[in-house]
Design a protein around this ligand. Structure first.
Ligand code: SAM
Length: 470
């Protein structure tokens, strides 16, 4: 029989304890749902006295595990955010291959792997790229239940929802009674292990957390509080090999303020890189810009991106053209923007900056080059310059939600929390009033709904940090 439920004071102290131990941030709009989930779990376990709950969390690992499962969000699926996997395939793997002996091993870590789809997607990608024998994939999470499911590697169709063509299912899974069992060879290529990112983990050969060539920590940091995020940013940096890469998700908070990463902002999320040796420069492709206004350009010139086939400079006319003079116009400006991106993609940051400034001199009210300037500055750690460019841009056109969002991130990086909060509020207000599926100007196809949600998350997170600070 289910006995009476604990008082909310008991639940509150349990949530405080869990938040503290997991480094979690529970936004106010999730609180009621979490309370209900905890109440249900402990009622099923027949616990009535609220004091028992806190005591049980200290002493009874099974109760702790049960509540971890209720409080964490394990949402994931195979090849989630395909653009991230494209970045790995086309930018990161070729980079890791350069300058290494043929067949040298690479070490990859999926931190916050949930039920394993991310780690197995990597294993599949690596096999397709001919890296299967070289790659060592570690996958960690705080939910033992999720890790148990990950090791079993049997999934429902929802886990394969990104596999529109069904090719993934056909090639790599055995279908059995409506479930999909991943081929055994992939299961043996991933080691799953319990790790609380909020604990004081250190790079150590014993734990295998050292000299990582690639870490994926996607859609995890959005659930962590500010102090834990800062600590994790530094610890992940410490766990990277020189030249190693860290990939976060598009909605994750920025990490560049907290560790000396080389930062690369892309439409697929933010890439960070550890570079220790002076002679190991960020590769040409590491400066990637958001693809500006692609959706609004019917006859856009070839786009400079991280692709190996990105246009070379010779493909694109110089900003001033062969005669050195040109009339301002939409087509010219598109060419200029492509040039700026190509320069940036090739690591020629100051040339890209000069080209953007040149466009601004010619067309002072143009917004895209200012946005590109801000992106360049931010990726380069020149936060103040980014803020100035964004403020100028918003003076010209205050309704650009993407610019408010980037301003919020820059202000966050600078530690100006109140101003960042206003910027996220503005982003939310501007994008929430647009149709959910409308593409936001200045972004690479991001919808108004996505941007509104990302801004709200940042806003809620900030609000909690500000409340904690008071
Ligand atoms: C939304 S899933 C992300 C899964 C995958 N990375 C992806 O992007 O699809 C978030 C995962 O982070 C895990 N997590 C939350 N807090 C954690 C912590 N302190 N340490 C380790 N994992 C944590 C949760 O258990 C959950 O499985």
């Amino acid at each position: 029989m289910i006995r009476s439920l604990p008082s909310s004071a008991g639940i509150d102290s349990a949530i405080d304890y869990l938040q503290d131990r997991l480094g979690l941030l529970i936004p106010p709009d999730r609180r009621a749902e979490i309370e209900k989930r905890i109440q249900r779990t402990i009622a099923i376990r027949g616990m009535a006295d609220p004091d028992w709950l806190l005591h049980a969390l200290h002493t009874d690992e099974a109760m702790f595990e049960a509540l971890v499962n209720e409080i964490t969000v394990g949402e994931t699926y195979f090849f989630r955010d395909p653009a991230s996997f494209e970045l790995i395939q086309k930018t990161i793997l070729p980079d890791l291959d350069r300058g290494r002996p043929a067949g040298a091993p690479i070490h990859i870590w999926s931190a916050g792997c949930a039920t394993g789809e991310e780690a197995y997607s990597l294993a599949i990608l690596l096999e397709e790229e001919g890296w299967a024998e070289r790659a060592h994939i570690l996958a960690t999470d705080i939910s033992r239940d999720a890790l148990h499911k990950a090791r079993a590697a049997v999934y429902g169709p929802w886990a394969l929802r990104g596999d529109g063509s069904g090719q993934l299912a056909d090639r790599y899974f055995m279908k059995d009674a409506g479930r999909f069992r991943l081929a055994d060879r992939f299961r043996s290529r991933v080691s799953f292990r319990y790790l609380n990112l909020a604990s004081e983990f250190r790079p150590s050969p014993k734990d295998g957390l050292t000299r990582m060539d690639l870490i994926l920590c996607r859609n995890v940091l959005i659930y962590l509080d500010a102090a834990t995020t800062q600590a994790v940013a530094r610890r992940l940096f410490d766990c990277l090999a020189d030249g190693g890469w860290l990939l976060t998700g598009p909605s994750d908070p920025p990490l560049w303020p907290y560790a000396p990463y080389k930062t690369v902002i892309t439409a697929a999320g933010v890439l960070y890189r550890r570079i220790d040796q002076a002679d190991l420069q960020p590769m040409a492709e590491t400066k990637i810009l958001p693809k500006v206004l692609d959706h609004a350009r019917p006859a856009a010139p070839p786009r400079a991106a991280f692709r190996p086939d990105a246009p070379q400079l010779a493909d694109i006319p110089s900003p001033s053209g062969p005669t050195g003079r040109r009339k301002p116009g939409a087509n010219n400006q598109n060419i200029d923007l492509a040039l700026i991106r190509a320069l940036a993609d090739q690591g020629k940051i100051s040339a890209a900056q000069q080209a953007a400034e040149e466009v601004i001199r010619r067309v002072p009210l143009s917004v895209e080059p200012r946005y590109l300037l801000a992106t360049l500055a931010l990726a380069d750690g020149r936060t103040e310059e980014a803020i100035t460019s964004l403020r100028q841009l918003l003076y010209i056109n205050p309704s650009l939600a993407a610019a408010h969002m980037m301003l919020g991130m820059a202000l966050l990086g600078k530690g100006d929390l109140m101003a960042a909060r206003r910027a996220f509020e503005n982003t939310f207000a501007l994008s929430a009033e647009r149709p959910e599926q409308e593409i936001v100007p200045l972004t690479d196809g991001e919808t108004a709904g996505d941007l509104a949600r990302a801004a709200k998350r940042q806003f809620d997170q900030l609000l909690s940090s500000l409340e904690e600070a008071i």
